[in-house]
Ligand binder design. Structure first.
Ligand code: C5P
Length: 303
């Protein structure tokens, strides 16, 4: 894997898509002494996500736009600004003022990594803009200090390849081959607090993921996923009872496989092709116009 992100400082702005992170499977296999949970998760990245634009400026500025802008803080507590400040504190003499514009298209606190993906995109863009030339290991170290999902989102940002994450999310193994998955993402408006979901877990010592096969096609992926779980689902269901109905609608709309992502409450469904995913998204949207519903595809990996 190419571990070098930045070559020359960029004099112009940088625009990046911060893709939705989909936990296709998520097994909770243990707990560390500090309370963090040990996970094994098969993760893919969508073609759909937030948009982040970073450019040199006379003074720091942070602007949040888009359909979910109202739901996140735009002060220094925002994970994007925490990423900027973490990087700047390590390289104060090179970290000039920047304007960051975040278009928030992903629902908040919803299990598809919006905040982590935004922060990962900010780290990669600023690494380039400030000419820091940090490689992936250094960026992942900084990322991990901001959140457990940052390393996988950094890899998702750079390669787009599906991966298996282990530990609390710091050990990553990218898949050599993986098809693009036509998919619908849906959320009924429920946001779930990740710490509360983990606290509601009844069992923390579940079996690991089955060994991954050669993921040659969508059928192989779905057959594998049927042998897996999202171990957070039962805990999330106690906090968001609407989840069961959403998965039921996915089944009615012809999904090959449907599951909750991360700690929820966004669920995903895999379809045989783009047209089937678009039809299912239209079916859900017609019934529930207020829901977040998006037809997308996940990024593939080829050798
Ligand atoms: O690392 P991040 O800030 O995203 O995690 C939010 C919270 O979710 C943690 O404080 C912890 O309570 C819980 N968590 C966990 N095990 C993980 C990831 C997150 O218990 N692997």
């Amino acid at each position: 894997m190419n571990t070098h992100i930045a070559l020359l400082p960029a004099s112009e702005g940088i625009s990046l898509l911060a893709p939705a992170k989909i936990n296709l499977a998520l097994h909770v296999t243990g707990r560390r002494e500090d309370g963090y949970h040990l996970l094994e998760s098969l993760v893919a990245f969508a073609e759909f996500g937030d948009q982040i634009d970073v450019s040199p400026a006379a003074q720091d500025r942070f602007v949040v736009t888009g359909p979910f802008a109202h739901a996140i803080p735009s002060d220094a507590s925002n994970l994007v600004l925490r990423a900027r400040d973490a990087l700047r504190s390590r390289f104060p003499s090179r970290a000039g003022a920047v304007e960051i514009v975040l278009e928030k298209r992903l629902p908040i606190a919803s299990g598809i990594g919006g905040g982590s993906s935004d922060a990962a995109a900010a780290l990669i863009a600023l690494n380039r803009l400030w000419g820091l030339d940090l490689g992936m290991p250094a960026l992942c170290d900084i990322g991990l200090s901001l959140g457990a999902d940052l390393p996988m989102c950094l890899h998702g940002q750079q390669t787009g390849r599906p991966l298996i994450a282990r530990g609390i999310g710091e050990t990553l193994h990218t898949m050599p081959r993986f098809p693009s998955l036509p998919m619908v993402l849906a959320n009924d408006g429920t946001g779930l607090s990740t710490p509360l979901v983990f606290r509601a877990l009844l069992r923390r010592d579940n079996p690991p993921l089955p060994s991954p096969p050669d993921f040659a096609d969508i059928g192989t992926v779905c057959a594998y996923l049927r042998e897996t779980r999202n171990d957070l689902y039962a805990a999330s269901l106690t906090l968001a009872p609407g989840l069961g109905g959403l998965l039921g609608l996915f089944v009615q709309s012809g999904a090959l496989y449907a599951q909750m992502s991360g700690s929820g409450a966004t669920c995903f469904a895999i379809f045989s092709d783009r047209a089937a995913a678009a039809d299912a998204a239209a079916f859900l949207k017609a019934r529930h116009p207020q829901w977040f519903v998006v037809a997308t595809e996940t990024k593939p990996a080829s050798e």
